[in-house]
Design a protein around this ligand. Structure first.
Ligand SMILES: [Zn+2]
Length: 158
């Protein structure tokens, strides 16, 4: 898994990109349809000495809670994190504002774990197709036996 020195990473404005799959993210794999693969594309960018931007993009297979069929859920999210020196400062910051997520600077920060945490948060609580595909839909739908409107018109004229 990818580890970064957060202070150095942010200070020099480093940008890193990569991708992780179901093999790297077992907790996420447990939340999506079993035995379906996915790839999470990620970009992490140091913005200032204490700020990190993280963008995630993935398509995962979920189960629609209405028809119970599989459905593709697209995730495309960006987060900004503020790094502070210790846990006490992080707690104080979190209580003061919920606009930015606070993390503690670390020499070997586990970027993969953060990516997995944020992907889990980004998953919809309930997955639903916009329009569920009809199970065993008929290719031929019989029309209602209505009289031809032109025939009706002809009858009126005569
Ligand atoms: Zn559905």
């Amino acid at each position: 898994m990818k580890h970064i020195d957060t202070a150095r990473f942010c200070k020099v404005g480093t940008s890193l990109a990569g991708s992780l799959t179901q093999m790297d993210l077992p907790r996420l794999a447990a939340e999506v349809l079993p035995d379906t693969g996915f790839t999470v594309a990620w970009i992490a960018t140091g913005v200032s000495p204490d700020l990190l931007d993280l963008s995630l993009r993935a398509t995962v297979q979920m189960r629609c809670q209405r028809c119970l069929d599989a459905m593709a859920e697209s995730i495309d999210v960006s987060y900004r994190f503020q790094f502070v020196k210790d846990e006490a400062t992080a707690q104080a910051q979190d209580e003061a504002s919920d606009e930015v997520d606070t993390l503690v600077h670390a020499r070997h920060f586990d970027l993969g774990e953060l990516i997995e945490d944020e992907m889990l948060m980004a998953l919809p609580f309930v997955s639903l197709h916009e329009v569920c595909p009809e199970a065993g839909a008929l290719s031929f739908v019989p029309r209602a036996d209505k009289p031809n409107p032109f025939a009706v018109l002809k009858d009126l004229k005569s």
